[in-house]
Design a protein around this ligand. Structure first.
Ligand code: ATP
Length: 362
């Protein structure tokens, strides 16, 4: 099966300044993808290029085997069969829910418009709200109307730009799940743009992490978190600190924490990268690296002979994120269930429990 969307080596510029730089990715039909990255990294520009509002300086975009954009081709946005949901939902305040949805169905005859509205209202579970106006709905319901309006024309591709950013933390997680389930049920192919990793992890089958106009890594949320391929991805996604260490010939990494573990800091020696690095090491020497230590790599254990001093603590509900100082002063993080309530300045027994060893060249 060929991908429904092919973004092939695209570049975009604003007044000669590069905003998107040789970016490529493919989407299979029914895939929910997220573009995740900090403000200004080029996420919205990629969406605008796919919708047709942004010209390409290079590369091409193919949707359903039709080239919709290249340096020479630019099919108008309304002819692309792509729908978009905006951050502020952009509902018409003077139109009822059903009229708002009908507005997305121009070009169809009235009976098929009505049938499409009834069908999509059932999907988004808003059939009883069809005669209400947007101001008579909750934020979550308004979002479902915006989604219904975008889905009613049965687009080949749905694009969403920061759709949860106006919502508080709990609601955005709940809605993230709901929208995901709904789109999966319908079989929609979708790209969601966000700067929030939790949105991306809740929603996406795949996540592309963007930095300075490029996708640094494209993978499942699990891979992005546990196997970051670049230092930027490791830093941007999840908490953690980098410690200096030395990769030695048996695949172990010696660092300040080595003595803390029941388990050594040993990488998966079947991993191509470690294999490659080990071959470069001369007998008796090592390779200088930085190893990523996530908060869940360090666990609290009252019986551990090794302790570290608490410098800072942050309440996360079910857990505390403690910042600890090792005897040398090096800081690390640990996530501890919140019933272990220790004060700043106290010592905490710790040990290492590392499953995924991530390191980068120093
Ligand atoms: P945010 O999360 O803040 O929306 P983003 O990742 O979506 O950011 P873009 O809006 O794609 O980023 O912007 C990418 C780069 O292009 C930024 O450096 C931005 O300043 C620049 N840019 C965006 N729109 C324009 C424009 N209309 N004219 C000139 N430069 C622009």
């Amino acid at each position: 099966m060929s991908p429904i969307l092919k973004v092939d080596d695209i570049s975009c510029q604003y007044e000669g300044e590069s905003a998107v730089n040789h970016t490529s990715f493919d989407l299979d039909k029914g895939t929910l993808a997220c573009l995740l990255g900090p403000s200004g990294c080029g996420k919205t520009t990629v969406l605008r290029a796919i919708t047709g509002f942004q010209k390409l300086a290079g590369g091409s975009i193919t949707l359903n085997d039709i080239c919709i954009s290249s340096a020479r081709i630019n099919i108008p946005p309304e002819k692309r069969n792509i729908s978009m949901v905006f951050q502020d939902y952009a509902l018409f305040p003077h139109l009822t829910v059903e009229k708002n949805i009908e507005a997305g169905l121009f070009g169809k005859d009235p009976p098929s418009r009505k049938a499409a509205v009834v069908e999509i209202l059932e999907y988004v579970r808003l059939s009883d709200y069809s005669k209400r106006y947007p101001h008579e709905l909750s934020g979550g319901q308004q979002q479902r109307v915006a989604l219904a309006r975008a889905l009613a024309p049965k687009p080949w591709l749905l694009l969403m730009d920061e759709p949860f950013s106006n919502l508080d933390f709990e609601l955005r997680e709940k809605l993230g799940h709901e929208v995901r389930e709904l789109l999966k049920e319908i079989g929609t192919t979708c790209i969601l743009v966000t700067h929030d990793q939790q949105d991306a992890f809740t929603f996406g089958d795949v996540v592309g992490v963007m930095n300075e106009g490029r996708i640094e890594q494209w993978g499942t949320p699990y891979n992005i978190y546990h196997q970051p391929e670049t230092r930027f991805v490791a830093n941007f996604v999840g908490d953690g600190v980098f410690l200096n260490g030395t990769l030695v010939s048996d695949g172990k990494i010696q660092c300040e924490l080595s003595q803390y573990g029941e388990r050594d800091l040993t990488g998966d020696v079947s991993d191509d990268r470690i294999q490659h690095d080990l071959q470069q090491i001369k007998p008796g020497s090592g390779k200088e690296v930085q190893v990523l230590i996530r908060p869940d790599d360090i666990i609290h254990d009252d019986d551990s002979p090794t302790t570290a001093r608490i410098i800072k603590k942050a309440f996360r509900g079910e857990s505390y994120l403690y910042t600890l100082a090792l005897p040398s002063g090096t800081r690390v993080l640990t996530l501890v269930p919140s019933h272990h309530d220790h004060g700043v300045g106290e010592s905490l027994g710790i040990k290492l429990d590392i499953n995924h060893l991530i390191y980068f060249d120093r």
